[in-house]
Write a new protein. Sequence first.
Length: 199
Amino acid sequence: MKGCDEMQAKNKPQKVVRPKVKRVCCPLLRKLKPDIERYIQDLIQAQDDSSKMRWALGDYRADAMICTEPHNLNLTISHVGVNYFRVRVQGKISHAALAHLGVNAIGKMYLIYQALIDLDEKRGREVRFPLYEKGSGRSCHLSIGTMKGGDWPSNVAGSAEMECRIGYIPGEKMVDIKKLVERTVQEASEKDPWLKEHL
């Protein structure tokens, strides 16, 4: 199972340059507290890894922040944490004429798919944050966004892959969410002899 850093590695520039933090004048903030320093910082997908924000801001410590991401023109005072992950399953490729000798990775992946759906439904029932429920009707989600498998219709699929996103509420820690996902995938794989040896 691979995480967010690997998924985004191909998009990283060759030379990393720390972005400049600009001091700006914000009329709204000036009305609230005239003597505070105000800065603007742009980041891509800042919510998926708080280390990006720490890296960009360096030693700056803020009392509050305003995220200008479009959101139905509503004022959002809190945001879910986000973690992306990838699950790969290895099967045993075989031509269709000898399909009985292969192991279809797509079919094996569905065991993990269902375990993640069950996790999403469980968290939807048990993980509560009133602000998010008021806004969207639910506090957090696990989304299975892509699934790929096999390389040709006349072959038994020798590999399969899912890319997913899990959200978590204030008070939950990214490290614990990662462990939860890993444990869910591991427990699903241990119910199947092939997956147990080939995840």
